[in-house]
Design a protein around this ligand. Sequence first.
Ligand code: ADP
Length: 175
Amino acid sequence: MYKLKNGLSVELIQGDITEIEADAIVNAANSYLKHGGGVAYAIVKKGGYIIQKESDEYVNKYGPVPVGEVAVTSAGKLKAKYIIHAVGPRYGIEGDDKLESAIRKALEKADELNLSSIALPAISTGIFGYPYEICASIMVNVIKSYKPKSIKKVIVVLYSNEAYQIFKRIFDENL
Ligand code: ADP
């Protein structure tokens, strides 16, 4: 657990984000909010079809979510109150600024919803191809420079041991 000067507690956990107790779980989504693979599939499988249904309604109403932006749905059967769907960039196609933006906007959305805890996966490091090192560096910088309102705790959840070890090294070096 890291205690930051901005007041946030940050924890790195290796595991399945659908098992985490947090007010919001962040999903690594695509612009169409079609949760067909990776962490998105795991969230819908465990949380229930309501999450995909609300996602479809969102896209029908507002259009696709731009890269670097977020959208919110309920969390179905998961312990969380909300799912914040963050659309990260595809490595080499969209820029790192979009990953920075997706992470920052997920935190801002949690504050807007007056939540105290948020769990984040390694956005863009699966199907979207980002190296763990780059995602970890961007994430640590966003968390460090963030000025929280209601958020007290950020839990970063890494699925593989490899991802966990890389994030741990970069967070240890920077926090
Ligand atoms: P993206 O399209 O943004 O790359 P993915 O879902 O493919 O999204 O991958 C993002 C990260 O989430 C990857 O590091 C992947 O290993 C991880 N991941 C997959 N399933 C889970 C899960 N159940 N909990 C936490 N992280 C997960």
